[in-house]
Design a protein around this ligand. Structure first.
Ligand code: SF4
Length: 696
């Protein structure tokens, strides 16, 4: 507990609010936008025909990428106020330039359907707020963007009648923004944001709605929520008998982590709102990672370099590092440059990608883990509830150690039977992602629980591929109940005693009669190697169904999803087989292997995999997110480049402008050798990787 906050004056915002400033309509017509930036207040009459001069058509589907493109997110302070809507595409033009919104004295921003879709980046509403926008009005607003607005104190509404009232300078009752909200959200709006609300909560000034769900059969995730439920934050009272979907409250976290894209902005919030010299609550359970941008200097576009963005991006590293040092927080940082097998100096990588290290070294069954990244569910492979949150939620968790939740509904995917030898967890996921329940968006925000013999047969590394890709499902998180494989993993990986590991897993299973809104069954034995066509991980099909030959230019084997020890075993197996046949990476194909952590890198060195990768013609690079986030070797350069990749998502532009196919580690490695997308077939069940490697 940060004592100074207990005596900090905190009060609700006034009962009514007046928005003094202009209204900016984010219109489809770039001229309409430009005229407003030049000072004209355009008419807006919703009863007039759409597209007429009295009712300009508004942009729908404005993503957070358009509000703040990724390179803008290298900024992490009020400078962001120069940039809102820089990526806004109106027709074929981008009418908004640096500083134009801030100069225009706008206080409200209006658009059409699905405002704020896409990534959870809080830089978007923060950039708007720093440019003067205090109210966002849209036909409908995406959940995470809306929560981020509320957490920051930016008002949101779907009521277009507010536009004229804002323009007339009317006092608008606060109740108009809180009327349909639950107790916690209402409180956050009334206190002007999550931070003030939390200060008031810690001081006992707000009553968090009580949850009194009677005992009921629960899923494993619900049990974990119930164990961590905050009953009285001030008294440290934690845990209730049961929860059900829809219950709202706060849960105590065991681990909180963030990476360099988010930590600096959270740190600025902490320093400004809490105080630069105040301590972080329980720093031993907070972790920082320098993992996303360590290779950025190798791939940054020249025009961005000329804008000075490399220096700006490097500030992210510096800010995170100095904040970690000041607060005594463990930082998994950037590696020094080192020599490769040929004695050349390699670029510096990262100690570890956040998800990889959290699973390798920290996550335990039954924990609640929050991270500043959508793939935080990775750690659900050992039976935790792990989920991604925004910047303000991370910063608040440094104060309170807890996080706001609404218990999600759960659905179950049962993978039965025995999988063929060339099928992996990635193939399971590409099959699951093309299921109509997922493709139609019905799973959004739910918890996906994986079960069945084929899941039980997977190692923890492979299970992590499935929980990691709960992000692509659109789920709140993914989880697998711990079992003997989990116990063995904790003993082997963490040096834990078997009895301690078993004790951690006690009671962590879903009860008979637990509630699932949907159960999907998959027969593992019927699966064949999968591929996801460019554009979306849900574009799955069997490799043997590809309509024609797909030649490749790049094979990328790495990331948090596919840079684990078992993934390396798979790449090494396929490549060592190729070498024994006298084959190498196909001419014209660039192949990259990138581990999730130094621990995995050393594992490869101990087994001689680095020699295999080198001999086969693949480039073995230091750990980092790299090409997965369009920031390292393996990115495409042109629209015509074709990549096969073991990463988790292939949205347009994710890894460069080219066409990106997703596949399993086996398929990626086999395709690198063939020079086109092919399946891999095991060379018999008695295949001995170790002896083949000895012959390399
Ligand atoms: S490897 Fe890719 S998916 Fe994983 S944390 Fe990094 S950027 Fe995100």
């Amino acid at each position: 507990m940060i004592q100074s906050l207990l005596s900090r004056p905190v009060q609700k915002v006034p009962d009514s609010v007046r928005f003094a400033g202009r209204v900016l309509f984010l219109a489809e017509d770039p001229d309409v936008v430009r005229r407003q930036l030049d000072g004209e207040d355009i008419p807006f009459d919703p009863s007039a025909p759409v597209g007429s001069s009295a009712h300009p058509a508004l942009r729908d589907n404005i993503s957070t990428d358009e509000i703040t493109p990724a390179y803008i997110c290298y900024y992490f302070d009020e400078t962001l106020g120069d940039f809102p809507y820089l990526g806004l595409k109106c027709g074929e033009e981008f009418p908004i330039v640096r500083g134009s919104v801030r100069k225009g004295n706008f206080v409200a921003s209006v658009s059409g359907k699905r405002r704020g879709k896409g990534s959870s980046r809080e830089q978007s509403p923060y950039a708007e707020m720093m440019a003067g926008i205090r109210l966002v009005i849209a036909e409908n607003i995406e959940r995470i963007y809306r929560e981020n607005c509320q957490n920051l104190g930016v008002f949101t509404s779907t009521d277009f009648d507010l536009i004229d009232r804002v323009r007339r300078g009317e006092e608008i009752p606060l109740s108009e923004f809180t009327a349909h909200e639950g107790g916690i959200t209402r409180g956050i709006i009334e206190y002007g944001g999550l931070f003030n609300y939390n200060v008031a909560r810690l001081q006992g000034k707000v009553e968090v709605p009580t949850v009194a769900t009677p005992p009921r059969p629960m899923t494993i995730a619900e049990k974990i929520f119930a164990r961590h439920w905050v009953v009285d934050a001030a008294a440290g009272e934690i845990g209730i008998p049961a929860v059900k979907p829809g219950d709202q409250g706060f849960v105590l976290t065991d681990i909180r982590f963030s990476h360099e894209y988010v930590t600096p902005m959270s740190a600025i919030f902490f320093e400004q709102l809490v105080g630069p010299d105040e301590p972080v609550n329980d720093p031993s359970s907070v972790f920082f990672f320098r993992d996303h941008l360590t290779f950025l200097d190798q791939v940054m576009r020249p025009e961005h370099r000329e804008m000075g963005l490399l220096d700006v991006a490097n500030q992210l590293e510096a800010k995170q590092r100095t904040f970690a040092e000041a607060k005594g927080i463990r930082l998994y940082g950037q590696l020094d440059k080192r020599l490769n097998l040929h004695g050349a100096i390699t670029a510096a990588g990262s100690e570890a990608i956040c998800h990889s290290k959290i699973l390798e070294a920290h996550a335990l069954p039954g924990q609640i883990i929050i991270g500043s990244d959508s793939h935080t569910p990775h750690a659900g492979a050992v039976g935790c509830v792990a989920f991604g949150v925004g910047t303000t939620a991370i910063f608040n968790s440094w104060i309170t150690r807890d996080v706001r939740v609404e218990v999600p509904k759960s659905f179950k995917v049962v993978v039965r039977g025995e999988k063929p030898a060339n099928i992996t967890a990635k193939d399971f996921m590409l099959e699951i992602l093309r299921h109509p329940y997922i493709r139609n968006g019905e799973a959004i925000g739910q918890i996906i629980e994986y079960a069945g013999e084929a899941v039980s047969a997977l190692s923890v590394d492979e299970r992590a591929t499935m929980t990691n890709m709960a992000a692509e499902v659109g789920a709140f998180t993914g989880i697998i109940a711990p079992d003997q494989k989990t116990v063995d993993y904790l003993v082997r990986q963490r040096g834990m005693s078997e009895s301690d590991a078993r004790e951690l897993c006690a009671g962590l299973y879903s009860d008979e009669g637990a509630e699932y809104v949907k159960v999907i069954e998959i027969d593992a034995a019927s699966l064949r190697p999968m591929i996801a066509l460019p554009g979306d991980p849900g574009n799955g099909m069997y490799v043997d169904e590809l309509p024609g030959e797909v030649t490749i230019d790049i094979a990328y084997a790495g990331s948090c999803t596919a840079g684990k020890k078992e993934d390396m075993d798979m790449y090494a197996r396929v490549f060592s087989e190729a070498l024994s046949r006298g084959e190498k990476v196909a001419p014209g194909v660039r192949c990259f292997i990138q581990c999730g952590s130094r621990e995995v890198f050393q594992y490869c060195q101990e087994r001689g995999y680095d020699g295999v990768f080198d001999a086969v013609g693949a480039t073995f690079i230091e750990p980092s997110c790299g090409a997965c986030i369009n920031a390292g070797p393996g990115v495409s350069r042109t629209r015509d480049d074709v990549t096969i990749s073991a990463i988790n998502r292939n949205f347009p532009g994710r890894s460069g402008p080219g066409q990106l196919y997703l596949a399993s580690p086996y398929t990626v490695a086999a395709s690198a050798i063939a020079g086109r997308i092919v399946e891999w077939h095991a060379e018999g069940e008695t295949h001995d990787v170790a002896s083949e490697l000895a012959n390399v």
